[in-house]
Design a protein around this ligand. Sequence first.
Ligand code: HEM
Ligand SMILES: *[C@@H]1O[C@H](CO)[C@@H](O)[C@H](O)[C@H]1NC(C)=O
Ligand SMILES: *[C@@H]1O[C@H](CO)[C@@H](O)[C@H](O)[C@H]1NC(C)=O
Ligand SMILES: *[C@@H]1O[C@H](CO)[C@@H](O)[C@H](O)[C@H]1NC(C)=O
Ligand SMILES: *[C@@H]1O[C@H](CO)[C@@H](O)[C@H](O)[C@H]1NC(C)=O
Ligand SMILES: *[C@@H]1O[C@H](CO)[C@@H](O)[C@H](O)[C@H]1NC(C)=O
Length: 486
Amino acid sequence: MIWTIFLLVQAALLYFILTHRSRSKGEPPLDKGVIPWLGHALEFGKDAAKFLNRMKMKHGDIFTVHAAGRYVTVLLDPHSYDAVINDSDSLDFTRYAQVLMERIFNLRLPHHHQDKAKAMMKKYFMGMNLGTLNTTVGRHLQALLKAKMPKNQKDWKEDGLFDFSYSLLFKAGYLTLFGGEQNNNSSDPSSVYEEYKKFDGLLTKMARGMLKSEEKRTAQSVRQRLWELLTPAGLTGDSGSSPWLHGYRRLLQEEGADEDTQRKAVLMQLWATQGNVGPAAFWLLGFLLTNPEALTAVKREFSRISQMETSEMPLMDRTVNTPVFDSALEEALRLTAAPFITREVVQEKILHMADGQEYLLRKGDRVCLFPFISPQMDPEIYNEPQKYKYNRFLNEDGSAKKDFYKGGRRLKYYTMPWGAGTNGCVGKQFAIDTIRQFVYMVLTNYDLELCEPNAQLPEVNASRYGFGMLQPEGDLPVRYKPRNTH
Ligand code: HEM
Ligand SMILES: *[C@@H]1O[C@H](CO)[C@@H](O)[C@H](O)[C@H]1NC(C)=O
Ligand SMILES: *[C@@H]1O[C@H](CO)[C@@H](O)[C@H](O)[C@H]1NC(C)=O
Ligand SMILES: *[C@@H]1O[C@H](CO)[C@@H](O)[C@H](O)[C@H]1NC(C)=O
Ligand SMILES: *[C@@H]1O[C@H](CO)[C@@H](O)[C@H](O)[C@H]1NC(C)=O
Ligand SMILES: *[C@@H]1O[C@H](CO)[C@@H](O)[C@H](O)[C@H]1NC(C)=O
């Protein structure tokens, strides 16, 4: 009896400590929600964009919400983003990323690991080495497209555009970076893709720590299977994997990571490098197919390039200018890239907003930017923000448009699909080039059209807001065949 009372008192005390927080002087408005401990977690997880828009209406551009025992200060004024992005002393990206690594990949790596891993990525994905990667991924894309659709095929083939784009780009990226050609037969790209898709479907719930017990078992077995498939990747220099992965393996070994940890880390890299490119290519192609004017403009630009193309100097070996394509992609990403930019507050900080206001951030809380709401979907910045306009990022003279304004002031960050600052995406150039080659090949060598000429793009799966590229609910049926060139 006495123990029951004791435990009850303890529980009540804990509950009090966890939930009884009030707004202190100088802090942003606090919104705890009505459910104890969970706070706003359910609404947040169901549709973060809707929830944060509601909070913005209620509190303005900065507020603190309570979700699953954590306090998150959300900042939605793009003029003030630098105060977060440019502060690596008080705000720590790595600390936050480690939480995700543990939840999603069961992976624990030393704090300094990420700095070294990132330096290594920069070396291989930016600058000199990019040319080789560009060419290799192009070669794989071409081979995969050919295998899917032999040149002598005359009939239309039907497919969902999302699955078509995601599977091709995933496999090409996997072959380029993780090898697989000489890996074990069972590690062929198709099996890895199939398993990865299952993993991807559970990802958001894993990150939120909200798997049901049945799903926990599935998640564990899918991870297990992927670890097995990735066991040989990058182990030897000549296994067909990239110099980057081989270098990454060596780094892990030097740090004393055991085999188990290595496999988990390799799966994490598979996610970081392959998770966004396919969905991005899907949205771009989807917007083009449902906006004939945009499709015509991109095709016209590509046809000028294909006339210059010779067999000794294919497109992918050259640095060609494609302003129309660049704008069409930027616009697709504006509408469908929705990452949270999250940092952990490691020491108390005063946040200076662009409008002169100051707010106190508590140590142990998190700060989160959600550029999808602003700048990307902000009607003050973009006229009719819901609409796809392929030339939104083009000036009259055909050059790239970089001047966008809010409140009369020019924005430094007018769209942020790649994040920004020191933690911005390392693979941006490689990703853009991969998508460009893919779209070029598909539009130049194939006839691709909607099965239903008046079809609309599917809705967005709202549970993925915050996790990088959005994904559709359902798919967009398309058909394709090799173009008759003679
Ligand atoms: C369309 C495709 C892609 C999109 C939209 C995208 C988006 C992003 C975003 C938003 C971040 C920043 C996260 C933050 O600040 O919290 C990020 C980080 C990162 N991305 Fe990408 N990414 C893409 C493709 C790639 C590719 C192909 C690679 C590698 C080859 C890659 C490697 C990375 C790495 C390593 C980081 C972490 C940087 C760090 O540790 O600070 N990404 N990406
Ligand atoms: C970022 O912070 C550094 C000092 O930490 C400062 O010198 C630099 O001007 C800042 N950059 C921007 C764009 O605010
Ligand atoms: C690879 O592609 C990117 C993006 O299109 C481009 O900026 C870069 O110049 C290319 N690199 C090489 C060496 O061809
Ligand atoms: C390839 O797979 C088979 C069966 O799955 C296994 O017996 C063999 O050891 C594997 N080889 C390598 C090099 O991993
Ligand atoms: C390799 O995989 C193919 C297709 O999955 C299969 O038909 C073949 O029997 C496998 N070969 C070996 C040696 O396991
Ligand atoms: C939406 O995404 C979640 C998480 O990836 C997934 O579990 C769910 O099945 C998806 N819903 C639809 C309708 O595709």
